[in-house]
Design a protein around this ligand. Structure first.
Ligand SMILES: [Zn+2]
Ligand SMILES: [Zn+2]
Length: 253
């Protein structure tokens, strides 16, 4: 499995894209940096997008991706999420007001986009990948994902404050090879982090004890750009093995 980091920040300033990861050039996890980072041919090659939740920083490029590729593809672009998240996309984004309802538009007899539900408590087959999810603790309905192929699995927290179910999901995966975890605010802003459903470095370190995989590589994303130096320093003080993602890293698992 190849995983490329396209966006790793909790907001946008020049050179900083929001949450977005690309698996084997075919499956995107969140859509914060797709059209901002990928050339047109790379965008056309994406078959599936997993969305953790409907907050703008995670869906930002969905509208432009569908628009860019709709006449170049021969099968629908499939957007996958729990039904609660898909309902928000239908109501608030692809609602024929903010953006066209792309699922009702056909090119050469084929819908340009499909919204596909991911069911709870079971393995969902998404192309060649097995996807499981658990609800995380965030102000809107949000999922964290375990994405597996035949060899390895990655765990993606999405946005969350403290949670148990997602860490249990990861702990139960024997193939788990890499964790992408959020840390949005510095430790001194723990109240703001809790109010907005996010983690600080200290909260993350406590959460990782639940995962109980001390050898697992941990890649940190969703830092708010204005606090990046403080968050980085605090993460390094906790564990020098944490890697703070800057965007455009690629991992071969
Ligand atoms: Zn969010
Ligand atoms: Zn976010």
């Amino acid at each position: 499995m190849e995983v490329r980091v396209l966006g790793s920040y909790g907001s946008r300033v020049p050179g900083h894209q929001t949450s977005c990861f690309l698996v084997d050039r075919r499956l995107a996890i969140d859509a914060g940096g797709l059209t901002g980072m990928l050339q047109m041919q790379e965008q056309i090659a994406i078959d599936h997008v997993l969305i953790s939740h409907a907050h703008l920083d995670h869906i930002y490029d969905l509208a432009f991706l569908v628009d860019n590729v709709m006449t170049a593809r021969h099968q629908p672009l499939r957007i996958w999420a729990p039904e609660q998240v898909l309902a928000m996309l239908r109501q608030h984004l692809f609602n024929d007001q903010i953006w066209p309802d792309m699922s009702s538009i056909q090119v050469n007899g084929c819908p340009v986009m499909e919204l596909c539900p991911l069911f709870p408590g079971q393995i969902n087959q998404v192309g060649p990948y097995q996807v499981r999810w658990e609800k995380t603790a965030h102000p809107v309905f949000s999922a964290g994902y375990l994405v597996s192929d035949e060899q390895v699995a990655i765990l993606y927290t999405g946005d969350t404050t403290t949670t148990d179910a997602l860490w249990t999901l990861g702990r139960q995966s024997e193939r788990l090879a890499l964790l992408f975890a959020e840390a949005s605010f510095p430790n001194c802003m723990v109240d703001l982090a809790r109010q907005t459903g996010h983690l600080t470095p200290l909260l993350l370190a406590e959460e990782l004890q639940k995962l109980d995989r001390p050898e697992l590589p941990v890649k940190i994303y969703h830092m708010k750009p204005q606090y990046i130096e403080e968050i980085s320093r605090e993460l390094m003080d906790l564990n020098a093995n944490y890697q703070i993602l800057q965007g455009n890293e690629t991992y071969q698992l």
